[in-house]
Unconditional design. Structure first.
Length: 185
């Protein structure tokens, strides 16, 4: 079995939360998920939670909830949130969970080259701390080219909406999502 995880983030400095979510996909199921996500796409752009109106968010959440998707969502909380520090703290919690879940490859949505480099360095740090082994590898892909990265984007969006007080989306995904809350200060 080849299990991959796809990772995206969302954060809100005003409420001091950084969310890093991985959706776990067994390779034989990947094309089915891609087909579903592309069917939800409108206008040729990638599916992006932040740009969707509430009615579309409801549609997206319902579609995802109807799958056997599994997610791990790490919520980092800090009074004065520093996004990159919070991301590192969340990665430190997320990567060991992914390895325990049998994930072999973790694909992050590509950011600026320097940020991708920091993520790669964080993986090395986790290995040096013996939080993960060398069995887990990471890579980066632009979200526009890999629909499977739209899945954690939507889960992150639903979880961030819950952090802001709207639980309607996240409640539909709770049976499929492991939540981990950490101090990200």
């Amino acid at each position: 079995m080849f299990v991959h995880a796809y990772v995206d983030e969302s954060y809100d400095l005003t409420i001091g939360v950084y969310i890093l979510t991985a959706t776990i996909v067994d390779l034989p199921d990947a094309d089915d998920f891609r087909y579903l996500l592309r069917s939800l796409q409108q206008g040729g752009e990638k599916l992006h939670w932040r740009k969707e109106p509430p009615s579309r968010r409801t549609e997206i959440t319902k579609a995802i909830a109807g799958t056997d998707m599994l997610a791990i969502s790490v919520h980092g909380h800090a009074g004065a949130l520093r996004p990159e520090r919070a991301r590192r703290k969340c990665m430190e919690a997320l990567l060991p969970e992914l390895e325990r879940a049998g994930v072999s490859i973790v694909q992050f949505e590509a950011r600026q080259a320097q940020h991708n480099k920091h993520d790669s360095e964080m993986v090395v740090s986790c290995r040096n701390k013996r939080l993960i082994t060398g069995k887990l590898s990471i890579d980066f892909a632009p979200g526009v080219f890999e629909p499977l990265l739209w899945l954690p984007d939507a889960v992150c969006g639903a979880m961030l909406a819950a952090q802001r007080g709207d639980h309607s989306y996240a409640n539909q995904l709770l049976g499929q999502t492991q939540l981990i809350h950490i101090d990200a200060s």
